[in-house]
Structure formats: C-alpha cells, structure tokens
Ligand binder design. Sequence first.
Ligand code: 5GP
Length: 207
Amino acid sequence: MGNQRLGSAIIVSGPSGVGKSTVCGKVRENMPDLKFSISCTTRQPRTGEVDGVHYYFITREEFEKRIANDEFIEYARVFDNIYGTLASEVIERVRRGEDVFLDIDVQGALQIRAAAEKNELLKKVCEFVLLAPPSFEILENRLRSRATDSAEQIEMRLAKAKHELSFYRHYDYVVVNDDLDKAVCDVESIIRAAAARTDRLPEDFLQ
Ligand code: 5GP
C-alpha cells in the first residue's frame, strides 16, 4: 500500500420514490472528481443511456458467466433484471486513493455490508448511506403522484419500501430527503468526512 491514502466507497441506497436518482445526480454534478461505479445490468438501455457510461449493458448469459468468474462484489435481482457491482469498479480505485460512488439497491448494499465483515479493505473503505423519506405518508403521496403506476404497483412499492427501511441499522448514515438541497448537502458532507478519516491514512503518514 506504501504511502497511498485509501479512497472511500460511498454506497447510497434507498427505496423507490425516495428521490435517490435526483439526489445522486446532483451529488455527482457537484463533485466531479468522484468516480462513479458503473454497474452491469441485463436491462435494456433507456433513451440517452450509453453503454460503459451509465451501465455496462450485458446479456443474461454474460452476467452469469461473470458471476461464475466471481467478478461481482454484489448482485441482485431488481424487478425483472439483474444488476451487479464489479469488484474492478471499486477495489482498485479505492486502493489508488479515489473515492467511488455506488448507487445501488438495498439488497446490494446489505450484501456489501456482509462481505465487508470478512474483508479488511471493504470494512475500512465502505460508507453506507440510506436515503429515507420524511414519513411513509409522504412516500405514499410521492409514489401516488407518479401517474405511471397502478394502485397495485404503488401498494407493492410501499410494502417493499417499508421492508427496505427496516434495515436502517445496517447503515452508517440515514439521510432524510425532506428538502432536496439539504439531502444533497448531507451526502456531500458524508463523502468529505469520509475522506478525512484516520483509517484511510497510510501507516507512514507524516513520518
Ligand atoms: P434503474 O434500472 O432505474 O437504472 O435502476 C433500478 C435500481 O437498480 C435502482 O435502485 C438502482 O440503484 C439499482 N442498481 C443499479 N445498479 C445496481 C447494482 O450494481 N447493484 C444493485 N444491487 N442495484 C443496482
């Protein structure tokens, strides 16, 4: 490791409807030096999404091959697709001292949390952030205001959100997305504080 400071892996997750993509998008805009972990997914690209920029869009076969090769630090089925974080997107970068930002679902974050128990490097560098709504009532209203979902889908998303939020104790931080600017600022503060942690410093710091 020599005299290289370690970077942090900032893992942000939260239930659907909490405003995660908006918060994560703003943080990335405001902190251009932050590296983004590009996930693999079997889902089709949406308009404007670019392979190798937003995701690595791969087939299910390719995904399964990579699982067998042990290339993922986590992977999870989200809706009808599989999403996964490549070890190569995170491990080498934090070793080089870069801060890496992961926008993944709760199942994935909990897998990394479990993996970190047995992996010294992950244990040192991971910061788990859960984005939460101010209340279930507000989350329900937000989900209902998305005209695209059926009543049944909304109920399902709400039940899933309750389940996901019940894992909050497995996270280091909970950021309540009441006011967007404040939530963005809170996530940025966590990233900055992580960069100043003593356990990211090399053994020979200041010697
Ligand atoms: P979308 O398809 O809208 O881009 O993402 C759907 C969900 O999958 C989001 O909650 C997103 O955070 C999550 N996701 C994206 N990449 C990964 C990943 O690598 N692993 C896991 N577990 N979830 C991911």
